[in-house]
Design a protein around this ligand. Sequence first.
Ligand SMILES: [Zn+2]
Length: 196
Amino acid sequence: MLYLQGKSLPAAAPAVIPASADNWGLSFPNEGQSPVGNASAEDLARYNAWFLGDTSEKVIYLTFDCGYENGYTEQILDALKKHNAPAAFFVVGNMIETAPDIIRRMAEEGHIVGNHTFHHPDMSAISDQAAFQKELDSLADLYQETTGKALPHFYRPPQGKYSEENLKQAQALGYKTVFWSLAYVDWYVDNQPTAE
Ligand SMILES: [Zn+2]
C-alpha cells in the first residue's frame, strides 16, 4: 500500500515513479534490512514490477542476465541442479543464437528463461509501444523456435534503464518487470575477488 498524508492513493494516481529513477539503483542503509530502491516496492507493484519478494520469508531469488556465453553457464546449471535450485535467466538474442543447447537445457531443467530484449538497447529511450514490443517479441519468438516452448513473461530492463512508460508498456504486454536487490558485478572479468 502506498500512503500519502494518511490516505492510500488510488491505483490510477499518475507519475508515482520519480523521473530521476531512469536507471535502477539501490542503497543499503541498514545492515540486515532490505535495500532501498530508487522506486519503492509499492510503487513498482502497481506496474507488476518487482525487486523484492515477500521479505518475511527467507527466500533468495537467483537471477542471471545472459548477454553472451562466457563458458560458465553450464557449470552454473550443474550447481543449480545439484542443489535442486531453480533460477531465472534473462537472455538476449545473441545468447539464444550462439548457445541454443544451453537455452534448451535451462528450459528442460525447470528454470525461468526471461526476456532481456533481443538487442539489449537502452529501453528508457524507447517510448513507442510498437518499438518496445518488437524488442520483446523478437526475443520471445526466437526462444519459442529454439525450445518449442512459450517464453515465460518476465522482463528485465537492460542495464536497469527504464521509464515509467516502459513499466506500463511491459505490463500491457503481460510481463512482470524484474529488477534486483543485489548485483554481483561479474562483468568486470579482470577485476574479481579470489576464490577464497
Ligand atoms: Zn544486461
